[in-house]
Design a protein around this ligand. Structure first.
Ligand code: ADP
Ligand code: MG
Length: 236
C-alpha cells in the first residue's frame, strides 16, 4: 500500500527580528505516522511546530499539508490542532466553553458544537466535566481536556508541544498512551519532547540542533546512535 505524504516542509526559514530561528528545514511526514521532534531547549522545535500550525508566518520555503500550502489556508480551514505543555486552557471558561470556542470560529452550528464537544470529551474519558473550570481540574485532567479541545475540530494532523512536560511520570504515561491510541486509529502526530525515552517510542525521529535538522530517520537508527553513546556527535 502506498502511503500518502501528509506534511512536507521545503527549505523553510523562519527568523525572529533578533535573528534567532530556524533555517534549511526539510521534512516529510507520511499519513498515519507518529513523529517525535527532539533537541535541546532553544534549538527551534516550537518554532517549527508553530509554523506548521500556521501560527507563525515563514520567511522562505513552503509548508504543505495534504499538498496545500499552509499560508493559503484560512485559520478555520486548517487541518491541524495544537496541544501545549501548559495546556493553554482559558481559565475563565468552562470545559465546555473551552472546547466550543474554536468550533465557533470554524463556524460549526450549535448542534454540531454540542455533538463535537461530547465526542471530544468521550475520547479522553472526561464526560461529565463540561461545567467545571480548568482550575478545578488536576494537571492530567487539564491536559486531557486540552487534547479533547484539539480533537473536537476533527483535525487530521495533531501537533503536540511537549504535552507531557508538566505532568508527573504516571500521568505522562497516560497521556502518551492516549496519543499512541489516537495514532493507532489513524491520526498523524508530530510531538515535541526533550526526553529520549519518549522519543524512542515513536517510529520516526527528527532531531533539531541550533535551528537546523541534524537527524531525520527511523527510531531504530536513532536508538543505535544513543546506545553507541554517540549522541554528542549530533551536536556537531
Ligand atoms: P525550543 O522549542 O526548541 O526550545 P524555540 O523554537 O522556542 O525553541 O526557540 C528557538 C529560538 O528562537 C530560541 O533562541 C528562542 O530564544 C528564539 N525565540 C523563540 N520565540 C521567539 C520570539 N517570539 N521572539 C524572538 N525570539 C524567539
Ligand atoms: Mg519549545
Amino acid at each position: 500500500m502506498e502511503e500518502k505524504v501528509k506534511l512536507q516542509i521545503r527549505n523553510m526559514k523562519k527568523h525572529y527580528k533578533n535573528g534567532d530561528g530556524v533555517e534549511n528545514i526539510n521534512m516529510d511526514v507520511r499519513e498515519g505516522e507518529f513523529l517525535t521532534m527532539l533537541g535541546p531547549s532553544g534549538c527551534g522545535k516550537s518554532t517549527i511546530l508553530r509554523t506548521i500550525g500556521g501560527f507563525l508566518d515563514i520567511d522562505d520555503g513552503d509548508i504543505l499539508i495534504d499538498g496545500c500550502s499552509v499560508k493559503d489556508l484560512a485559520p478555520e480551514n486548517r487541518p491541524t490542532a495544537m496541544v501545549f505543555q501548559s495546556y493553554n486552557l482559558w481559565p475563565h471558561m468552562t470545559v465546555y466553553e473551552n472546547l466550543a470556542f474554536g468550533l465557533k470560529i470554524k463556524k460549526y452550528s450549535k448542534e454540531e458544537i454540542s455533538r463535537s464537544v461530547k465526542r471530544g470529551l468521550e475520547l479522553v474519558n472526561m464526560q461529565g466535566f463540561e461545567k467545571k473550570y480548568p482550575g478545578q481540574l488536576s494537571g492530567g485532567q487539564q491536559q486531557r481536556v486540552s487534547i479533547a479541545r484539539a480533537l473536537a475540530g476533527d483535525p487530521s494532523l495533531i501537533l503536540a508541544d511537549e504535552p507531557t512536560g508538566a505532568l508527573d511520570s504516571r500521568t505522562s504515561r497516560e497521556v502518551l498512551n492516549f496519543l499512541k491510541e489516537l495514532n493507532e486509529e489513524g491520526n498523524t502526530i508530530v510531538m515535541i519532547t526533550h526526553d529520549n525515552s519518549i522519543a524512542l517510542e515513536a517510529k520516526h525521529v527528527v532531531r533539531v540542533h541550533d535551528g537546523k535538522i541534524n537527524f531525520d530517520g527511523d527510531v531504530k537508527d536513532y536508538a543505535a546512535i544513543i546506545q553507541a553513546g554517540n549522541e554528542k556527535h549530533l551536536e556537531q
